[in-house]
Design a protein around this ligand. Structure first.
Ligand code: F3S
Length: 418
């Protein structure tokens, strides 16, 4: 494998032990994937829940920092994914002191490492925006699929250690989606009896979940869709495709950067499979995600991926002058930046007057706060395919899944009505 002089120096320990350990991880990964060389990245986004690190992972990052490892923000823009709790509301939502102490210890490490504490899984809406052809190393499948597909930047799905090592060294092995030939479309996806011109972001998420289940880790090319899609619709598709399977990226014919034409999307080869999606397919996955027929709900949790300002505007509108049922909780997980804007725009006041919370910085999915709750929550309602998919396994709860309006209705009545 070819290493530059600077990379060899890092590996030999000339930049200090922290850099050496990080480079050893990058080189080991490169050997595992038979990469011929390392490439420079311009962007990194790191996972930061204590749950995803455990005590061993926490101590590993602490050692790296003690041994002098630091990010160089002039070369790599490094931001952070959600953490485990909101500093303003951890008591109300039931966190215990030990979980808070461990997360704060991890936060301190990442601060010393020199990262930017964005604590959101929509970094592409908050300033971490690699452009077409840039290489990146991001934690979190939803952002990784969005950056590859919609931005045309190039990055693989990797674990916590590989992301941290890439952020420190500014390098990642050249393999997988860093190579153009591995980014061409494989499955042509068209619609049967579905009118996609009216699809909401929620319906795009259902579509993505179904397609991901069907094609697993192949790259779909969607054809026959409107020539313009909103950020919300693209985000709905990007986050849901890797939930049911392991789709690394997608193309939209005539819309996304590497699919301006049919030839470009399929690399001049044509698809190896065609998939037509019908309304009964979406109904089938909708039924799968609803794990109970019980009507009483305990908690309504939205924001996986993090709520956008548009979503917070929508829920504030739906909650205007209303009060949620006394037996339910209502949480909207988002970034601190959107929470602050929601505050200035009056959405937060409307939501809190209705009895809900906007929670900043925290994850609403597999590392969701209700994992930590001691009090009984047995049915969670959500509009998120990802929360619905993971919550029964990780949090041992049943799920009611539906669109935003259904979730807000459930919060007001304390019952799932559709
Ligand atoms: Fe974001 Fe956590 Fe969901 S990181 S996409 S809220 S699983």
């Amino acid at each position: 494998m070819i290493l530059t002089d600077q990379e060899k120096k890092m590996l030999d320990g000339q930049y200090g032990k922290g850099f050496q350990k990080a480079m050893e991880i990058v080189v080991t990964l490169a050997k595992t994937y038979d990469a011929e060389k390392l490439i420079k990245i311009s962007s990194a986004h790191l996972g930061t829940t204590f749950k995803s690190h455990g005590i061993e992972g926490l101590e590993w990052v602490e050692d790296l920092v003690e041994e002098g490892a630091r990010c160089n923000l002039k070369e790599v823009f490094v931001t952070l994914n959600p953490r485990s709790f909101d500093i303003d509301h951890w008591r109300e939502i039931g966190f215990d002191e030990e979980a808070v102490a461990n997360q704060e210890r991890l936060d301190r490490c990442y601060r010393r490492l020199g990262t930017i504490p964005l604590h959101s899984c929509v970094p592409y809406l908050l300033g971490n925006v690699p452009i077409k052809g840039d290489h990146f190393s991001w934690s979190g499948s939803s952002g990784q699929v969005f950056a590859n597909s919609v931005l045309g930047a190039m990055g693989n799905r990797e674990g916590v250690w590989a992301n941290v090592a890439a952020a420190i060294t500014g390098r990642t092995p050249e393999y997988g989606l860093h190579l153009k030939e591995n980014r061409i479309g494989q499955v042509l996806v068209t619609m049967g009896d579905l009118d996609v011109s009216r699809f909401s972001a929620y319906e795009y998420a259902l579509l993505g979940y179904f397609v991901g289940k069907e094609i697993n880790d192949q790259i779909p090319v969607f054809s026959g869709f409107p020539k313009y899609l909103t950020m919300e619709q693209l985000r709905g598709l990007a986050y849901s495709l890797p939930v049911g399977g392991a789709v690394p990226m997608f193309h939209f014919l005539g819309l996304t950067p590497e699919a301006r034409t049919y030839e470009e999307a399929f690399g001049g080869k044509g698809p190896n499979r065609k998939l037509t999606v019908r309304s009964r397919d979406l109904r089938m996955v909708y039924d799968l995600l609803n794990t109970t027929q019980r009507r009483d709900v305990d908690l309504i949790c939205l924001g996986c991926p993090h709520c956008t300002l548009e979503e917070l505007h929508e829920v504030a509108y739906l909650l205007e002058g209303k009060r949620i049922h006394e037996n339910v909780g209502l949480w909207f997980c988002t970034s601190r930046w959107f929470k602050d804007l929601a505050d200035r725009l009056g959405y937060r006041e409307t939501i809190e007057r209705a009895g809900g919370f906007i929670l900043a910085d925290i994850c609403a999915g597999p590392s969701a706060p209700f994992n930590y709750l001691k009090k009984g929550i047995s049915v969670v309602a959500t509009n998120s395919v990802k929360t619905a998919f993971y919550a029964p396994g990780t949090s041992k709860v049943d799920v009611r899944f539906g669109d935003t309006k259904s979730c807000i209705e459930a919060a007001i009545h304390g019952r799932w009505e559709i």
